[in-house]
Design a protein around this ligand. Structure first.
Ligand code: SAH
Length: 233
């Protein structure tokens, strides 16, 4: 990338456009899993507007528009853009954006994409250092409707509930019940379900009127695990 900040921005904009094309290609390649090759246009539009280079560490910036996960420090990763696109689409956000809860803020890229789609986002990160960095960055970039809090995201954000949709961006062997309780009837919860380090499946759960969940399994995925205690590293 060019070190001149003006042309650097142009380079990033071009890289972002190429990334969108790559995501579209991968969506078509994986349509047998996804059972659709149509993606909510708001998703790609949001990805086209969120500067992913700002959500990765400075030494990773030149790789920001590769369609792959990247390390963000503290042993955590920013998800692959294709996965961000798929998960954002699966939430089926209401026309006005709706209220979304996220477990696992990480870099805040996923939260920013949902914010750019018009959602009011409530995101919890268990590592205080990552939560603080995410909050500062979102404020700097003007994402006023994306709220971040440090804490155990397993417990949700009861004061902001109920949510139209919930996204869990760390893997766990079961669906966190507090989050099911904070989901509206008819609302969707998207998460990687499975043991840490083992085979995980991206699932979509729809909350039924009787409180149970209808489950659809989509893609094999690999996410970092949901932890219950802050890790000092
Ligand atoms: N959504 C992120 C990627 C998530 S990586 C992004 O767009 O960059 C998973 C994140 O979940 C990590 O930052 C990890 O610290 C966090 N996490 C793990 N267990 C958690 C818990 N119980 N509550 C909140 N966050 C948790």
């Amino acid at each position: 990338m060019n070190p001149d900040p003006r042309t650097e921005n142009d380079d990033f904009a071009r890289a972002r456009a190429r990334l969108i094309e790559e995501i579209e290609r991968e969506l078509i390649e994986t349509r047998a899993y996804l059972k659709t090759d149509h993606i909510d246009p708001r998703v790609l539009d949001a990805i086209a507007r969120v500067p992913r280079e700002r959500f990765v560490p400075p030494d990773m910036r030149q790789h920001a528009y590769r369609n792959q996960p990247l390390p963000i420090g503290n042993g955590q990763t920013i998800s692959q853009p294709y996965i961000v696109a798929v998960m954002s689409d699966l939430l089926q956000l209401p026309a006005a954006g709706g209220r979304v809860y996220e477990l696992g803020t990480g870099s805040a890229y996923q939260a920013a994409v949902l914010g750019a789609m018009g959602a009011e986002v409530y995101s919890v990160e268990i590592q205080p250092e990552l939560a603080a960095r995410a909050e500062a960055l979102l404020a700097e970039l003007g994402f006023g409707r994306v709220h971040v809090r440090a804490g155990d995201g397993y417990l949700g954000w009861p004061q902001a509930a109920p949510f139209d949709a919930i996204i869990i961006t760390a893997a766990g062997p079961e669906v966190p019940q507090p989050l099911v309780d904070q989901l509206k009837t008819g609302g969707r919860l998207v998460m990687p379900l499975g043991p840490s380090g083992g085979a995980q499946t991206l699932v979509v759960l729809v909350k039924q009127p009787d409180g149970t969940l209808a489950q659809r399994e989509l893609l094999p995925v690999r996410f970092v695990p949901i932890t219950r205690d802050p890790i000092d590293s």
